[in-house]
Design a protein around this ligand. Structure first.
Ligand SMILES: Cc1cc2nc3c(=O)[nH]c(=O)nc-3n(C[C@H](O)[C@H](O)[C@H](O)COP(=O)(O)OP(=O)(O)OC[C@H]3O[C@@H](n4cnc5c(N)ncnc54)[C@H](O)[C@@H]3O)c2cc1C
Length: 458
């Protein structure tokens, strides 16, 4: 299916002539196997007959991540493997390639893929689906790139869990007051969903873990939420946003509105309200921007770098290219002149419409426009606490938390994942959650290197 061709640079390029070299069967290339990519492929494989099209999904990861559950993974309520969906298992009729698409030349219907190892590959296609999502939107703040971490993927959630628990262990094992204070200071920048939920869940977990650290008390920990605007969680509305601020402050969390981070050099946090302190943890959750891959394509972009979509989820000016999710500017027909927000609620629904429009195109039928009124949002603020604003109904506390869990359980893809998630939650009812730091997993050779070094010294 792929052939190696000569190339002037050091690397050779394999050219895929599409799964069917005779080109009698159209080839659909899906860039990204997240919400949009996976749901589009699932629907296409269900609706298309085997001779109607072949499907290839390209993603650096071999799984789709259910991102709304990342805070619960960080907090230890859910096992990391239970919130990801293995693409090869759920897409038996598609080809899954693990690699990063580095450019798309739509004029020639060719995408270049860089696999985890081996030479770059060119893949030709008949229909393109752009779904590489978004990346953290960072700012050139001194020290941020060196000491900050985002909260967008499973690796970051696992790391933060181990890191926070590791900081408690470190603080409990030292008599140096400055070291202890720094270890127990956790700063989150950005008061959107990801930041608020991650902070609330991790603080809740750390508070629970203090039971096993008699040297430490809740008053030793300092959790700070820094938000540049005058409110947090805009998705749940003003009133629920204010309630969330009060709830977090009641728990002793230092919520600073209208405040910006100006420096994090050497882990010394400097805020523009004049405050300075040292922190062992800096989590950056101040929004997302479209995947920079968009700029390596010849597709039309708006000023924010999003691929311009029509209401039929085709790319403007290209009837055989489709786009949806965080990487696209999709018109919101329920709010004329505005665009759909980058969230899972839209991504899932857009994926279904997008897949149906591809099927319609293949069968020479009419495409339909994407239209969805935003239903509202739910957020968890730690065990048994939450906030929600759904279909005009505002909820808080246990009711909102319960709604958060039931809603996301209904949404998490595949029956297999749902059962695993329920099993995790059920276990947690009977046993305390595990609060052991397994940070060593990130440096598995450390002990061996030490042993080898000692041996050499001997
Ligand atoms: C912590 C967190 C909590 C959230 N909670 C909620 C919530 O409660 N409700 C809600 O509605 N939304 C929530 N969201 C937002 C929601 O998850 C996103 O809007 C949604 O994932 C967007 O779907 P997508 O398919 O566009 O992108 P993604 O699901 O991010 O998928 C993009 C895929 O593209 C792949 N990719 C990236 N670059 C390339 C490349 N160069 N080549 C090939 N593949 C590539 C990525 O690996 C990824 O698999 C949350 C997000 C986060 C981070």
């Amino acid at each position: 299916m792929y052939s190696q061709v000569e190339q002037s640079s050091e690397e050779s390029i394999a050219v895929a002539t599409s799964p069917n070299p005779s080109r009698t069967t159209p080839h659909i290339l899906i860039v990204g196997g997240g919400y949009v990519g996976m749901y589009t492929a699932l629907r296409l494989q269900r609706r298309l007959r085997s001779n109607e099209a072949t499907i290839t999904v390209v993603d650096p990861q071999s799984f789709m991540t259910y991102q709304p559950f990342l805070p619960e993974v960080a907090a230890g309520h859910l096992e990391a493997r239970h919130v990801v969906v293995p693409l090869r298992r759920v897409l038996p009729k598609a080809r899954v390639l693990n690699g990063r698409v580095v450019s798309v030349d739509h004029a020639h219907h060719v995408a270049t893929v860089r696999p985890a190892s081996g030479p770059a590959t060119e893949i030709s296609y008949d229909y393109l689906v752009m779904a590489p999502g978004s990346v953290s939107r960072t700012l050139p703040i001194p020290g941020l790139a060196e000491h900050g971490i985002g909260f967008k993927n499973i690796a970051e959630a696992i790391h933060l869990r181990n890191h926070v628990l590791g900081r408690l262990d470190a603080a409990a094992s030292t008599d140096d007051e400055a070291v202890r204070r720094r270890a127990l200071t956790f700063v989150f920048v950005g008061g959107g969903f990801a930041g608020v939920e991650a902070l609330a869940e991790l603080e809740d977990m750390a508070r629970g873990a203090l039971k096993y650290h008699p040297e430490l008390g809740p008053q030793d920990m300092r959790w700070v939420l820094v938000e540049a605007s005058d409110r947090i969680l805009p998705e749940v509305g003003d009133r629920m946003g204010r309630y969330t601020v009060e709830e977090l402050r009641r728990r002793g969390i230092d919520v600073r509105l209208n405040t910006r981070l100006t420096s994090a050099v050497d882990r010394r946090i400097v805020l523009d309200d004049g405050t300075e302190f040292e922190a062992g943890t800096l989590v950056w959750t101040a929004g997302v921007k479209p995947n920079p891959l968009n700029r390596s394509t010849d597709l039309p972009l708006d000023r924010q770098g999003r691929i311009v979509a029509t209401e039929y989820l085709t790319v403007e000016g290209a009837d055989d290219a489709f786009v949806a999710g965080d990487c696209g500017a999709v018109p919101d027909l329920t709010r004329p002149g505005e665009y759909c927000a980058p969230n899972a609620q839209h991504a899932v629904r857009q994926a279904k419409r997008l897949a149906d429009n591809i099927v319609a195109t293949l069968r020479g039928k009419e495409r339909k426009a994407y239209r969805h009124s935003y239903a509202g949002s739910v957020a968890s603020l730690g065990l048994y606490r939450g906030v929600a604003h759904v279909y005009g109904v505002k909820l808080r506390g246990f009711a909102a938390w319960f709604m958060h869990r039931t809603y996301h359980l209904s949404r998490v893809p595949t029956v297999n994942r749902k059962v695993r998630v329920v099993a995790d939650w059920t276990l947690a009812l009977f046993f305390r959650r595990e609060t052991v730091a397994l940070g060593g997993i990130e440096r598995p050779r450390a002990e061996f290197e030490l042993a080898s070094g000692q041996d050499r010294a001997a």
